[in-house]
Design a binder for this molecule. Structure first.
Ligand SMILES: [Zn+2]
Length: 328
């Protein structure tokens, strides 16, 4: 009888073990590197402006589950996900990945939609709560492209980051809602023409202690280094217009992107942002890396202006895939 019991107990244990779920790290889609862009010819009469790299500052490693490799010169300490860590991490929505974390430890999420070799990066909410309609816009774009994947054109991968500055989002439309958990304006913290004296209108704002001092800026720059976008759009409100990044000797590489997007969306373009002095902005730094980049300033502060901006994103995709005359 004892032998019979032992056999039954072993059979039960084996069947229980077989029912245990296997924890498998979430697979991350591989984005092939975009085709390198033609370099702008340097003009010898122009003095090159200093372009700093995020590698000039120490980088705090982020959770590495979604990182495939770091930008050149940046050392990320690999963190091997354990079943315990995976179990503790909140589940990510479909197609989402972690870009990094904010100063206050909030996750910055990105969405990757499409499998093409040319990456179009779309970033909302760098000024967070003060410009929350840009968060709404990028969330609506994510929703649209998830429902209508055929609108991601062949050859394109969209990477969408709806909330670049999650710390400022919950503060709402107050001045502090523009800044991260360290009180820094994240669109004054990049490495082209960074200045310790930075402005928003006539107000002094904190640009950080040095270029890329903030974890959000470093995370976004690392994402740029990783996926090497063919073009990038940062959404703001509400100066009404498309403003090209410019950090190249003799003029940047971003003018055509501004024209394509501005024409399609019906926003003015072609003039530099001149309302007040700005320094250390994201599109300028990307432009300095040879990546066409613009700020889109929505017209108002409430509506997401989804329809004109969907038209803009579609036109940029056609331009990137050669289906739109870039010469206009
Ligand atoms: Zn803004």
């Amino acid at each position: 009888m004892q032998t019979w019991y032992a056999v039954v107990i072993v059979m039960i244990l084996v069947s229980v073990a077989a029912c245990q779920p296997t924890i498998v790290p979430t697979a991350t889609a591989t984005v092939p590197p975009a085709t390198p862009l033609a370099q702008a010819s340097p003009r010898p009469t122009q003095t090159p402006r200093p372009i700093l790299q995020p590698t000039d500052t120490p980088l705090i490693p982020t959770i590495g589950a979604n990182r495939r490799f770091a930008p050149t010169g940046v050392t990320l300490i690999p963190i091997i996900p354990t079943p315990v860590l995976l179990a503790a991490a909140p589940a990510l929505p479909p197609q989402a990945f972690r870009v990094g974390q904010s100063a206050a430890g909030r996750d910055i999420l990105g969405w990757r939609i499409g499998t093409g070799e040319r990456v179009l990066l779309l970033v909302g909410g760098i000024h967070a709560g003060y410009e929350a309609n840009t968060v709404m816009l990028v969330r609506e774009l994510i929703d649209h492209f998830q429902r209508a994947p055929a609108d991601v054109l062949p050859g394109i991968t969209l990477i969408l980051v709806p909330v670049a500055n999650p710390d400022g989002l919950e503060r709402g439309r107050v001045a502090e809602g523009r800044f991260n958990g360290n009180g820094v304006d994240l669109n004054r913290n990049w490495g082209c023409e960074w200045s310790a004296e930075a402005y928003w209108k006539s107000n002094r704002v904190n640009p950080g202690s040095q270029p890329f001092s903030e974890p959000e800026t470093r995370a976004l720059a690392a994402l740029v280094g990783e996926v090497r976008p063919a073009a990038a759009v940062f959404y703001h409100s509400a100066a009404h217009g498309v403003f090209a990044g410019d950090c190249q000797p003799g003029g940047g590489v971003s003018g055509t992107l501004a024209a394509v997007l501005g024409e399609a969306a019906g926003y003015p373009y072609g003039e530099p942002f001149s309302a007040y002095q700005v320094s250390g902005t994201a599109p300028n730094w990307l432009d300095g890396q040879g990546i066409p980049a613009v700020d889109v300033e929505l017209t108002g502060t409430r509506d997401s202006e989804f329809i004109p901006n969907l038209r803009g994103v579609m036109a940029v995709q056609r331009w990137l895939t050669g289906g739109l005359d870039a010469g206009r």
